[in-house]
Write a protein that binds this ligand. Structure first.
Ligand SMILES: *[C@@H]1O[C@H](CO)[C@@H](O)[C@H](O)[C@H]1NC(C)=O
Ligand SMILES: *[C@@H]1O[C@H](CO)[C@@H](O)[C@H](O)[C@H]1NC(C)=O
Length: 255
């Protein structure tokens, strides 16, 4: 008698209003057989995204948090493991972010704290829970125990005039991801960082830019569904060629 096959769970943190990278990733992994746990600070967007996936024939559940503290992220992971006891967390995506775009002298202590808490401290907590979830699992398909992906930004590798409070923690989270890739690769855990180098087409960005040309031209902006395809590809990489860092930009992005 063979043991029951355990299903794989994707945990994704950070889905904004439900129209960006996090939600696209949730939908695509659900279509590919993953159970999907959605963590975010918006109870509405979290439950709406999960409900849409369930209505489309996938399996998803919402795990809202008030803030991304270590304690809340720990509780969310425990709740996910309890929710699907016959499944294993195999992929986790840290997509939460807090943007601050201000001249340096206008950055307040609160701006900085908020940016550090969400972009960096929460990334540490999410990484810790993900690695604890993966580390005692058997290899999946003989390849890896799990995949942890961080959504990065241009600001993870380049600073600019108004990015001091955003670029600093984004650089730091990139360094975190590289450190983890080195430490946990030998333990069969795949850690990757994706530099999203361009504007992403979301309902929020459409409203903010109000530029129909930009919306229409797929060479000028990133489609969140296309980013999700790259995340699925990373999760599926075999152990002889793991990407640590992926750099995604639209074809006509100004370098
Ligand atoms: C994004 O906007 C489209 C078109 O207005 C709408 O159908 C969709 O529900 C919105 N998505 C979210 C998550 O609000
Ligand atoms: C840097 O900032 C300038 C003006 O603030 C902007 O025009 C430019 O696109 C930015 N560069 C990048 C790579 O984001």
């Amino acid at each position: 008698m063979s043991a029951a096959v355990r299903r794989s769970i994707l945990v994704v943190a950070g889905i904004g209003d439900g129209s960006g990278t996090g939600a696209s990733t949730a939908r695509l992994f659900a279509k590919n057989g993953y159970r999907v746990a959605v963590i975010s600070r918006s109870p509405e967007a979290t439950s709406k995204t999960a409900a849409e996936i369930n209505a489309a024939g996938g399996e998803a559940a919402a795990f809202p948090v008030a803030t991304y503290t270590h304690a809340e992220i720990n509780s969310a992971f425990n709740a996910i493991k309890n929710h699907w006891k016959d499944s294993d967390i195999r992929v986790s995506v840290f997509n939460a972010a807090a943007g601050v775009w201000k001249g340096f002298l206008d950055v307040t202590e609160e701006d900085l704290k908020n940016s550090l808490d969400t972009n960096l401290v929460a990334a540490f907590a999410f990484a810790r829970e993900s690695i604890l979830a993966f580390k005692d699992l058997p290899l999946l398909d003989g390849q890896k125990k799990g995949t942890l992906i961080f959504t990065g930004a241009t600001a993870a590798i380049r600073g600019n005039k108004t990015t001091s409070a955003f670029a600093a923690p984004k650089h730091a989270t990139r360094a975190l991801s590289q450190s983890l890739a080195k430490e946990f690769g030998p333990q069969d855990i795949h850690v990757a960082h994706a530099i999203i180098d361009g504007g992403i087409l979301t309902n929020l960005s459409k409203g903010r830019r109000n530029d129909p040309e930009w919306e229409k031209d797929s060479a000028k902006r990133l489609d969140p569904d296309s980013i999700a395809k790259s995340y699925l590809y990373l999760a599926g990489q075999d152990r002889s060629a793991w990407t640590w860092e992926l750099d995604l930009r639209p074809a006509h992005e100004n370098w």
